[in-house]
Design a protein around this ligand. Structure first.
Ligand code: SF4
Length: 297
């Protein structure tokens, strides 16, 4: 399987759907509607981010290590995958290459050796948390999608799905950062419940376990979902989509300042920082019909 670009592009929504949501875009809107607009409606480019790219590269190694026979899934073999995969991305992605060799003298180049050292440390941590020689994932980097009754397409990519002989499903997501505080952990679990909802609706089985593997501070967070959880997640997503529909209709995309602003690439055009957003693109999508109207139709 080839290495993906840092921001994984998803396929266009299915024809029957009126719109689509991934966990990332849902999280954008929940965090800041204006950020959602900049990313999803304006589709403004963002500079490559070394931290995000480190996560992408480590994820790619964790995916590919399962191509090796079980006895070779050891730290040294995983580390050996790093350099060639980095070279592969650098040759294919100018944005990433520019982080290591920025044009002009202004920007500080990313130190390749230090970057690889950080990646190796994350891989080493993974081997202390899980033993891949004893795991045979059912799926890796699995694209999942499901169209709700409201015709909202839910879609995303699950890092790993394990299925035991009894058919019990474990959904696994790797996080290359540290396990967060309660509020951010709720966001991570929301993402996992999103995947669990899609798997439940497409396979008819509520996943037995949602597992977040935090490589930044060597911690595993586990959560056992039930049907009530997933129904609540479905209702939350429908309500979120209705709020997105209202914002699309009115053009009112409110900024919601938070600690996230420190990482936002669009501060210079954000009213919270004295900026002015560009005019909305003319070809923006029609506002989706409200979910209630669709459900009854
Ligand atoms: S700077 Fe903050 S408030 Fe403004 S768009 Fe970005 S996240 Fe939203």
């Amino acid at each position: 399987m080839g290495m993906t670009a840092p921001a994984t592009e998803l396929a266009p929504p299915a024809a029957a759907a009126v719109g689509s949501l991934s966990p990332s875009r849902a999280s954008d809107f929940l965090s800041c509607p204006l950020l959602y607009r900049f990313r999803t409606i304006d589709k403004l480019p963002e500079p490559a981010d070394p931290t995000a790219f480190r996560g992408t590269l480590v994820h790619a190694v964790l995916e590919r290590v399962f191509d090796l026979p079980a006895y070779r899934r050891v730290p040294a073999e995983a580390e050996a995958l790093l350099e060639p995969m980095l070279a592969e991305v650098l040759a294919a992605d100018e944005r990433v290459a520019a982080m290591f060799h920025p044009p002009g003298d202004d920007a500080e180049p990313l130190d390749r050796a230090a970057f690889l050292t950080q990646c190796r440390a994350l891989l080493a941590t993974w081997f202390t948390l899980e033993d891949p020689s004893r795991l045979e994932p059912a799926e890796r980097e699995l694209y999942v999608e499901h169209v709700l009754d409201s015709r909202l397409l839910l879609r995303g990519i699950v890092d790993r799905v394990d299925v035991d002989p009894s058919g019990a499903i474990r959904v696994v997501d790797y996080k290359t950062g540290r396990s967060p505080g309660e509020h951010v952990e709720a966001k991570a679990l929301f993402q996992m419940k999103f995947y669990a909802l899609v798997l439940w609706r497409t396979r008819g089985v509520v996943p037995a376990m949602l597992q977040l593997v935090y490589l930044g501070n060597s911690e595993i967070v586990r959560y056992v979902p039930d049907e009530a959880d997933l129904l609540a997640t479905e209702r939350k997503l429908e309500a979120l989509w209705a709020a997105i529909a209202r914002a699309t209709d009115s053009g009112d995309w409110r900024p919601r300042p938070s600690a996230l602003c420190g990482w936002c690439a669009h501060q210079d055009i954000c009213p919270e920082f004295g900026g002015v957003p560009p005019p909305l693109p003319e070809s923006r999508p029609e506002p989706p019909p409200p979910p209630a109207a669709l459900s009854s139709g």
